[in-house]
Design a protein around this ligand. Structure first.
Ligand SMILES: Nc1ncnc2c1ncn2[C@@H]1O[C@H](COP(=O)(O)OP(=O)(O)OP(=O)(O)O)[C@@H](O)[C@H]1O
Ligand SMILES: [Mg+2]
Length: 215
């Protein structure tokens, strides 16, 4: 299956979620390719760090840019069971190209008004992409939300989701937890960190199940 982490907003957790899912899918014994389409190359650095720290299983990662992406991804999809594409935080050729081949697109957003404002355009972009790729399904994931129970920002985001006909809302919310930053540093998923942060592991496992439930 081809899964995309994308969106028009920077720093929302796309690379964090893409790398965690890639490692978890590899741990489940699947042949996974992580494709980094962001010139910043964060997913690629993560995979390099994983190699340097000799974290097993290895996660294969390639960087791909430009309009030729759909053809290349389709070709790679014959050789890997799963492809996870990490797109940068802007409306790019790569984001649009990835939407032509992905089966499931996830758009992490932080529960802030600035992020919510980008959803109108994402909804339109998904609608256009469905013209080329009718199987495409897209979900917003609330990401990096506060762990403080008195902060209810996520609720406001959930309320407005009905306004976007092409975007579902993922059932799981990802919270802002140090474990995500620690794991990223060493090329790991949160489930590989020692000591573990059980809450981070639990929410990533829930997201994993949601993404790959039919596969
Ligand atoms: N759930 C989280 N909890 C804590 N820190 C997080 C979480 N998600 C991401 N971060 C941190 O926030 C920063 C941005 O995350 P990340 O690089 O995953 O976002 P991105 O959407 O890929 O950004 P860009 O748009 O620049 O590609 C990183 O330092 C990352 O470690
Ligand atoms: Mg990124």
């Amino acid at each position: 299956m081809i899964v995309l982490m994308g969106g028009e907003k920077g720093g929302t957790g796309k690379t964090t979620l893409a790398t965690n899912l890639a490692a978890m899918r590899s741990l489940a014994g699947r042949d996974v390719l992580l494709i980094d389409t962001d010139p910043q190359g964060s997913a690629n650095y993560w995979a390099q760090n994983r190699d340097e720290w000799e974290v097993k299983p290895r996660v294969a990662c390639v960087q791909k840019f430009g309009k030729g992406l759909p053809a290349e991804v389709k070709d790679l999809a014959k050789r890997y069971q799963d492809i996870i594409i990490d797109a940068g935080g802007r409306d790019s050729v790569e984001l649009r190209a990835a939407l032509v081949v992905a089966k499931r697109a996830y758009i992490p957003i932080q529960p802030s008004q600035f992020d919510i404002w980008t959803l109108n355009r994402m909804d339109e972009l998904i609608e256009t992409s469905k013209g080329f790729n009718p199987d495409l399904q897209a979900w917003v994931i609330i990401s990096r939300s506060s762990t403080n129970p008195s902060v209810h920002e996520s609720d406001d985001t959930m309320e407005i989701m009905g306004d976007f006909p092409n975007l579902g809302l993922a059932r799981i919310t990802i919270r802002d937890r140090i474990a995500y930053r620690k794991a990223a540093k060493d090329g790991m998923a949160v489930c590989e960190l020692k000591p573990k942060d059980p809450k981070a592991v639990e929410e990533m496992e829930a997201l994993y199940k949601e993404v790959f439930k039919d596969e």
